[in-house]
Design a protein around this ligand. Structure first.
Ligand code: ADP
Ligand code: MG
Length: 690
């Protein structure tokens, strides 16, 4: 009995250990052999050489070999282990502040050892603190030792071993034909990858660290090529899908024309232009996949309404998804005002609706008794189905996670028939980025604002002058103007942010007793939110104290004053969106950015950018420069870094070549395409499609 338990316990412990290690590998994205092959070092340690002790220089890492002269545990004043190692040229002190007893035992006098670490000038001459020790009889390695990105509890030797195994067991043959490599002056794959994992001692280490070495260029090229290939495949996949063509009806008096006539304004030239592009796409037999970009306030909603009208005219349904309830509700109201008088039936769907009302809405969508469904994320839930979805529209698409966008794009896909897709965003994506990340997206741009807008004046005001701002608000209110007061972001806690909003609201009511003041935040019930927004829209509220729930989309043209408290805590895109809530009517609008000293360098630059420009494209450019593409595009949420090795800005030239090669390979060498994607993508293509 006893022996068998003992026998079975051991393997079980080993198994548990292996599972734990595997989990750590997974956390690093390492699942298959290919992943290990492409897990590249951050830096290297040179263990190929022994430096004579007399030649050591403080501040540089080195490896020495010598005999232990003595070692002892000292208390001066902290408990520490010290040893002295000696070679033919001199002595070096070694020191450990944290150590095990076994380490002390290892350092027996007379034993020959190697020590590696950074050399420092200590009180008693040169020393190494916490050096790594190894036996002197092992042969010196022939290559630099790689240091890989790792995670807690996963030691470098374990990673190295797994990567070595993968390098031995994986097919590393080249995915690119030699002719192509010659034409683009690309190093071969296998030697490149081997060099990066185990560089020979003579290699220019700086080139490796800065990723300028030809081996790095090949890896970056491969990564960008994989991206281009999968995007092209996604595009081809879409074109091979079928969509119901819904051409613009030539008949006079179609829904779109009637909508146009009913609008209280004329479309701008830019709006007409993008409406034309969308109308043409909708008439095709494969699904539209179009991004509509236009600065805050440029009038994207009405373009969405025109597209919806065309689809409804063709007897199909439309879904419109917005990121917040306030915005979705506003769209519902606005589209209803435009379209219901023309006989269109519209449903509203949000997570906070009573179950019965929600059921009615989903039934109406499924049975086709409504032609347009407007809602929040609730639209992509599993049980929501459509009778015949012809077009899905996503407003402020950058606010949604990749998964949600993907889910909506799959809604209404039946067999090979897929709905058309229109995405709208006020966050302009610079060309280089758009080209790389959204190759399967056609882009329309509204590049002018509706007429009669007066530019918003932006003022930077130190928080110490808050009272003056309050006085100004009171004055403006007396003249019939309306204002927003946006409460500071509290990153750490939503509850705290809420509390700040409530406190601010109470303080305002005391400070400005004559004003009608409202409060809106994310925790209010949908009906309450809707009621506050209605009251503000209809001029029953002078000052609306709000959290960032009003950040996107909210459209109350009479509001002409925007105050943002602790503006230094907000990101550029957010500030631009918030400022875009005003300047929508005829009165000159003002945006006050209240800030508190001291300002960090980044915050200072952000506020300066807001002061200097109101051009959304310019702001996006600066935002991108400050935050980098990952954060800018919100891909962080998806948990998938799109590019690990190439830098989209710095390696733009390589990206351009990768695009050329992708096109050529797709035409002439489908086998190479398959091999390349198998190495680099492993089924991650889906994420690029949204
Ligand atoms: P955004 O592009 O930020 O979503 P909206 O669609 O909310 O902008 O439009 C902003 C405001 O401009 C709305 O009040 C809308 O009715 C109005 N608007 C849109 N197009 C025009 C136009 N061509 N002329 C005048 N006002 C317009
Ligand atoms: Mg909008």
């Amino acid at each position: 009995m006893v022996p068998s338990t003992v026998a079975s316990r051991k393997p079980r412990a080993a198994e548990a250990g292996a599972i734990a290690i595997e989990r750590k590998f997974h956390a690093l994205g390492l699942r298959e052999q290919q992943d290990f092959v492409l897990h590249l070092p951050l830096r290297y340690e040179d263990e190929t050489r022994i430096t004579p002790i007399a030649r050591l220089r403080p501040g540089f890492p080195a490896q020495v070999e010598g005999d232990i002269l003595r070692s002892e545990i000292q208390y001066r004043p902290r408990r520490q282990l010290t040893a002295v190692i000696v070679d033919d040229t001199g002595e070096l002190q070694l020191r450990w502040l944290n150590f095990y007893g076994s380490q002390h035992k290892q350092l027996t006098a007379g034993r020959r050892l190697r020590a590696r670490g950074e050399v420092r000038g200590g009180l008693w001459g040169l020393e190494m603190v916490h050096p790594r020790m190894s036996n002197a009889d092992a042969p010196l390695p022939l290559a630099l030792t790689p240091v890989y990105p790792s995670t807690e509890g996963l030691p470098q030797p374990t990673l190295r071993k797994a990567i070595d195994t993968a390098l031995r067991q994986t097919d590393l043959s080249d995915t690119l034909p030699e002719s192509l490599r010659e034409r683009y002056d690309l190093a071969a794959f296998e030697p490149s990858i081997r060099l990066l994992h185990a560089p020979p001692p003579g290699v220019a280490e700086a080139d490796l660290i800065e990723r300028a070495h030809p081996a790095w260029r090949r890896i970056k090229f491969d990564e960008l090529l994989a991206q281009q290939l999968s995007l092209a495949a996604a595009r081809a996949g879409r074109r091979s899908k079928r969509a119901k063509p819904m051409p613009l009806s030539a008949q006079a008096g179609n829904l779109m024309q009637r909508l146009c006539q009913a609008l209280p304004f004329d479309l701008t030239r830019a709006q007409q232009h993008v409406c034309g592009e969308i109308a043409e796409d909708l008439g095709r037999t494969y699904p539209m996949h179009r991004l509509l970009q236009g600065d805050v306030g440029s009038g994207k909603t009405v373009v969405a309404a025109m597209a919806a009208a065309q689809v409804i005219d063709n007897g199909a349904q439309v879904a419109l998804m917005a990121p917040t309830e306030i915005l979705a509700e506003q769209h519902y109201r606005k589209l209803s005002a435009w379209l219901v008088p023309l006989g269109v039936r519209i449903a509203w769907l949000s997570g906070s609706l009573p179950a019965k009302v929600r059921r009615e809405a989903t039934t109406a969508a499924a049975e086709g008794t409504v032609q347009l469904v407007v809602g929040t994320q609730a639209l992509v839930q599993d049980h929501v189905a459509f009778h015949n979805l012809g077009l899905s529209i996503v407003d402020e698409q950058h606010r949604f996670g990749v998964g949600q966008r993907l889910a909506l794009s799959r809604k209404g896909e039946e067999g090979r028939l897929a709905p058309h897709q229109l995405h709208m965003s006020a966050t302009p994506i610079p060309r280089t980025l758009a080209m790389t990340f959204f190759a399967d997206l056609d882009v329309s741009v509204i590049d002018e604002l509706p007429p009669g807008r007066t530019p918003v004046r932006t003022k930077l005001v130190a928080d110490a002058r808050r009272d003056e701002v309050l006085m100004h608000i009171a004055q403006a209110a007396r003249q019939g103007q309306q204002a927003y007061w946006v409460c500071p972001l509290v990153e750490e806690s939503e509850a705290l942010q809420l509390q700040t909003a409530v406190d601010t609201y109470e303080a305002m009511r005391t400070d400005l007793p004559d004003l009608r003041i409202g409060l809106v935040h994310g925790r209010l019930a949908q009906a309450e939110k809707a009621e506050v927004m209605r009251a503000f829209r209809e001029g029953e509220i002078d000052l609306l104290v709000a959290t960032t729930v009003i950040e996107v989309g909210v459209d109350v043209p009479n509001a002409s004053l925007m105050v943002i408290e602790h503006a230094e805590r907000f990101g550029l895109a957010q500030l631009h969106q918030l400022r875009g809530r005003v300047g929508r009517g005829m009165t000159e609008s003002v945006c006050v950015l209240l800030y508190q000293h001291p300002l960090s360098q980044v915050a200072r630059e952000r506020l300066r950018a807001m002061f200097e420009t109101s051009d959304g494209f310019e702001i996006a450019r600066r935002d991108l420069a400050q935050r980098g593409p990952g954060e800018f595009l919100g891909t962080r949420q998806s948990g998938l870094a799109l590019l690990r090795f190439a830098d989209i800005e710095l390696d733009a030239a390589i990206a351009e070549q990768a695009r050329e090669v992708a096109a050529w390979l797709r035409k002439h060498d489908p086998q190479a395409v398959a091999a390349h994607l198998a190495r680099w993508m492993r089924g991650r293509e889906d994420f690029l499609r949204t």
